[in-house]
Structure formats: C-alpha cells, structure tokens
Write a protein that binds this ligand. Structure first.
Ligand code: F6P
Length: 326
C-alpha cells in the first residue's frame, strides 16, 4: 500500500447544511497531521474532469457557519460506469492523490464503496445528507438543521391554519425515509405524520381520519414524507376533499428551502468530529469505511453497510406522536 501523502476531499449528491464544516474539519485535521489536501469540485464529476485545487487552511476559513458546499456538488451519471471509474482514477494519479474522503449520502457512499473495490484507493465516507438514512450512525450531517428548518416552517403554517380552521398537508423531504417527517411532526406538535416506513399494510390517512379530529382543535397539520414509491401531500389532500367533505384543506410542499441555511451547532459539531475521524481512520489504515457517531462515540461502518442496509426508524416515535396529538 502506498504511503498516504495527499488526501482528496469532495462532496457529492444533495448538499446538506454542515458539509462545509466537514470540509473544513477534513482539511484542517489533515494539514495538522502532516498531509497535503486537495479539494475536488462538483463531486465525482469534478474528479472525472480534473477540477482539483490544492487547499490550505485559509481555503476553509469562515465556512463553518455557511450552508451548501464550497466544493459544489453533483449527481454524476458517468462516475459509476467503468469509463467513469477509470477517468476518476486517472485524475487521482495525475494529482498525486493517495486517498479520498467522500462527504455525501447513500448513492455517493455506495459509489465510493464500488470505486475502492475496483481501484486501489482508500476511501473514507462521511455521512452528509439531510435524510438521516445512513445505517450505522445516529445522525447524518444536515439532518438536525433541516429538522429545525421544517419545525420553524410548520410553526408559521400553524398560525394561518389556526386562523382559517384548516387541515394542512405539509410535504417534507427524506427520499424514501421518514426521519424528517416523523420527528418534525413531534417537534412541531403536528397531528400526524405519514411516513414510508409505516405504510406497507395500513392506510395511514384513514386511520388518522377515523380517529377523528378533536372538535376543540382549530387546525390540523399532517406532515407527509415525500415518497418516490408512494403518495405525496397532494394525494392525501385530494382524498380528504373527496372522502371527508366539510374540511377546508390546503397543501404546502416545503421543497428545497429545507436543504439550505446555516448549520445548527449540533451539525457543526457532528461534521467536525467525523471530519477529524476521517483523518484518524486513514492514519489507522482504514480504507473502506464511513465514519459516524453512535451513542456519542465515533464509529467506523463498512461503506457497503452504511449505504446498503436500511436504517430502521424507531417505532416508539410513532407512539409518541400518536399519544401527544390527541
Ligand atoms: O437526498 C437529499 C434530498 O434532498 C432528498 O431528500 C430529496 O428527495 C432529493 O435530495 C432531492 O434531490 P434534488 O435536489 O436533486 O431534486
């Protein structure tokens, strides 16, 4: 195995608040420990097309508090192909990059796992996604900030919902995971959450409507997880209008505002810890793991498991919401 001298860092897939804090942590920890650092722009696309810049500590000054990613990001179609892998490897050789730190979600980390199997390059993953759907870490970078953003939005929606005595279906992101929906519903005092993890054999809307909306409640908010394999907020709103006439119904799809904004302290700390953990992992000879935090301890999770295994939602959260939304 070649001795690592230069570490490349990239962000890939959907951006998430705290990615900059992670870039900063990787860069500073690497330099502190005697490595060179190269920032790779636009994720795997930039790796394929050699969009690389040597980073100093100044390049990551003043970014811990900013949302988005200074390295920019992309969802590369070419990278997973054999030609994409080869071009990416050629860039690494040309740039003398001996190891990669990939900050991203599911697709980005499974891409790294495949790449490190095909080519002899140590890859360390950091969990960067608002969806919180990576196995083996309690939280992903960006999840906490997004949860807070959604909660603030729902607080505002509650004001108008109360004034007009309406039912609101609020659709939130999460890809096919319900962490954001379930926990933002608890945090905002919503009446229900409709999440993919709970929808296999029950009609969640019917269960909720049959339970009845307490007459003294002036409004009702249902958080609906976007679900590429299921139904979104519009579907449930349409159904209520057809099946339960008499209610005034509105829909609010929060969209990409959920991904922006300054990261919470919690996300900045998580990003800083796992960023330092990535450099520790490389110094310990790890080559194919995601660095996460479980029960407040830094852990290494094989990249394949982190991206491949389904992270279960804690079913007791469903009970908490049910009991408190009466
Ligand atoms: O994975 C992060 C995420 O924001 C998902 O919650 C969402 O489904 C998806 O990315 C949206 O992707 P895009 O920004 O490419 O539309």
């Amino acid at each position: 195995m070649t001795k690592i001298k230069t570490i490349g860092v990239l962000t890939s897939g959907g951006d998430s608040p705290g990615m900059n804090a992670a870039i900063r942590a990787v860069t500073r920890s690497a330099i502190y420990n005697g490595f060179h650092v190269k920032g790779i722009y636009r994720g795997y696309e930039g790796l394929i097309h050699d969009e690389v810049k040597r980073f100093t500590t100044e390049d990551v000054s003043n970014i811990i508090q900013t949302g988005g990613t200074i390295l920019r990001t992309a969802r590369s179609k070419e990278f997973p192909t054999p030609a994409g892998h080869r071009k990416a490897y050629e860039t690494l050789v040309k740039e003398h990059i001996d190891a990669l730190v990939v900050i991203g979600g599911n697709g980005s980390l499974s891409g790294a796992a495949q790449f490190t199997e095909d080519y002899d390059i140590p890859c360390i993953g950091l969990p960067g996604t608002i969806d919180n759907d990576l196995y083996g870490t309690d939280m992903t970078i960006g999840y906490d900030t997004t949860l807070n953003t959604i909660t603030q939005c729902v607080d505002k929606i509650r004001d108008t919902a109360n004034s007009h005595e309406r039912i609101f279906f609020v659709e939130v992101m999460g890809r096919d995971a319900g962490f954001l929906a379930q926990n933002s519903a608890i945090a905002s005092g919503a009446e229900a959450a409709i999440i993919p993890e709970d929808s296999t054999d029950t009609d969640q809307l019917m269960t909720f409507m049959q339970r009845g909306i307490r007459k003294s409640k002036r409004s009702c908010i249902v958080i609906v997880s976007e679900n590429p394999n299921g139904h979104g907020a519009m579907y449930y709103a349409d159904r209520v209008m057809k099946e339960y006439p008499g209610y005034e119904v509105r829909v609010s799809i929060l969209g990409h505002l959920q991904r922006g904004g300054s990261p919470s302290a919690r996300d900045r700390i998580l990003a800083s810890r796992v960023g330092v953990g990535a450099i520790d992992a490389l110094m310990e000879g790890q080559r194919n793991v995601m660095v996460g935090i479980k029960n407040d301890e830094v852990v290494y999770v094989p990249l394949k498991s982190a991206a491949g295994k389904r992270k279960p939602i804690d079913k007791s959260l469903i009970k908490v919401l049910d009991e408190l939304s009466i």
